[in-house]
Design a protein around this ligand. Structure first.
Ligand code: SF4
Length: 437
């Protein structure tokens, strides 16, 4: 069936806007090519000369000849972001976070996507298990990159077991096609104790190095285990000694790969360092922070940005009392930064709170999974000063709502304090603590 691509909005001043294309119009074809999805669109729209066929709501068709710069955008967005249905995953991974969420949360949080188009557009990680050969060929043909891949293990049988999908081992062969096509990729391994760690991790790292330089980075993150695992595959959490071993393996490979390829390639998520009670590595080891979204290097970056800004400050005797809440993971780093800031601003009192994740279970330590209920439960009645600072990662993108639908207004009323959202950089943190007095 022919797909309909209804235009949702047209950017003011864009090429489409100047030609009279409007929201509600349909895009029929570009240079006589039908458009299957956003991959086709991104490719076709790059050309300098286009013939775009548009259908107006009354059925009238407009054929528009466009001359533009190469890669210049038309300024159109579509009602369906992917210009096609979102693809859900065909796996049942032993470590899936969505399976470990309590019931009754927002529907969208339970959607298991595994869509290569989202990997290209938003950086989502995909398992390659529901991609057709045609999808892979299109990525190569259109040279869409980077593609982010959840590898987990290079052992085919183990991958089938971990993803609970008998095609999961075979699916890894698609990495070869992407590699041969020169597509930049990033990989991810969710490490599960007794499954893909130890010798298996060594094997995976060794196998993946053959995809260098197109596979430019691979992160290793510990499995996140919530308290809702009833009926799921039994998994144990990593302890301090395990974390030390994982770091040893990763550091050993980093050294070897750096000597041979000039890149560190394999990276440990920040959680490993906290668990092992070790300092996170220096900035150079992160190869330009390729996997920040995966929690790799966030603490190092935050600290370095903080230090850079801190060095420029003279300090004074301004007086202020505020509070700051974060997860268990970032707490020791924030504590150190706050104390350092107080050496230059001795009259600023900061009540720093380490919020335990009772909602998902205390093994979940990142700030981004802290709910409004936990904030209210643990901060009510505590000294909060005149403003409570919260990291922006606690909010849903661009909205004033936390993961459990508690709004900032609810929070403010419940805690009787003003709330300030701090953007993610170290400079923003300093600004939020010392300013606005
Ligand atoms: S690919 Fe695995 S981890 Fe991701 S949503 Fe599907 S089952 Fe969950």
């Amino acid at each position: 069936m022919k797909k309909e691509h209804i235009i949702r909005s047209v950017e003011e001043g864009s090429i489409a806007w100047e030609l009279g294309i409007e929201a509600g119009d349909k895009l029929i074809s570009i240079n006589d090519n039908e458009i299957e999805d956003v991959f086709d669109y991104h490719f076709l729209v790059n050309d300098e000369e286009l013939i775009v066929l548009i259908e107006k709501p009354d059925g009238e068709q407009w054929e528009l000849e466009i001359e533009k710069d190469y890669e210049e955008d038309l300024g159109i967005s579509f009602e369906q972001g992917l210009m096609d249905e979102y693809r859900s995953c065909r796996n049942k991974c032993m470590f899936c976070f969505i399976d470990q969420m309590p019931k009754g949360m927002r529907d969208t949080l339970y959607f298991k996507d595994d869509d290569s188009r989202l990997s290209f557009l938003q950086g989502n990680y995909i398992t390659l298990t529901n991609m057709s050969d045609d999808d892979v060929r299109r990525i190569v043909k259109y040279h869409l990159e980077p593609i982010n891949i959840s590898i987990h293990t290079t052992n085919p049988e183990l991958r089938c077991k971990m993803l609970h999908n008998r095609f999961a081992g075979e699916a890894l062969k698609k990495v070869d096609i992407l590699y041969e096509g020169g597509i930049t990729m990033n990989g991810q391994i969710v490490l599960c104790k007794g499954e893909n760690d130890g010798e298996e991790l060594e094997r995976s790292i060794r196998d993946m190095t053959k995809y260098l330089p197109y596979l430019q980075s691979v992160s290793v993150v510990p499995v996140g285990l919530t308290k809702y695992r009833e009926g799921l595959y039994p998994l144990e959490s990593f302890e301090k000694e395990d974390a030390k071993k994982v770091l040893e393996t990763i550091h050993k490979w980093q050294k070897k790969i750096y000597e041979e390829h000039g890149t560190h390639f394999i990276h440990a998520g920040d959680e490993w360092y906290i668990l092992a009670e070790e300092e996170v590595p220096e900035e150079e080891r992160y190869d330009g922070y390729l996997q920040l979204e995966n929690g790799v290097g966030m603490l190092r970056l935050l600290q370095n940005e903080f230090e850079e800004e801190f060095d420029t400050l003279v300090g004074d005797d301004r007086r202020r009392e505020i509070s700051l809440a974060t997860g268990v993971l970032a707490y020791p780093y924030l504590k150190r930064m706050v104390e350092r800031l107080q050496t230059k601003y001795p009259n600023i009192t900061v009540h720093l709170y380490k919020i335990i994740n009772n909602f998902f279970g205390e093994k979940i330590t990142v700030a981004g999974l802290i709910t409004g209920q936990d904030l209210i439960g643990q901060l009510k009645g505590q000294p909060l000063g005149d403003t409570l600072l919260l990291p922006c990662s606690m909010l849903r993108d661009g909205e004033e709502v936390l993961l459990d639908d508690v709004t900032l207004t609810d929070l403010k009323e419940s805690l009787q304090v003003d709330i300030d959202i701090v953007k993610s950089s170290g400079q923003d943190l300093i600004e939020a603590i010392i300013n606005n007095i």
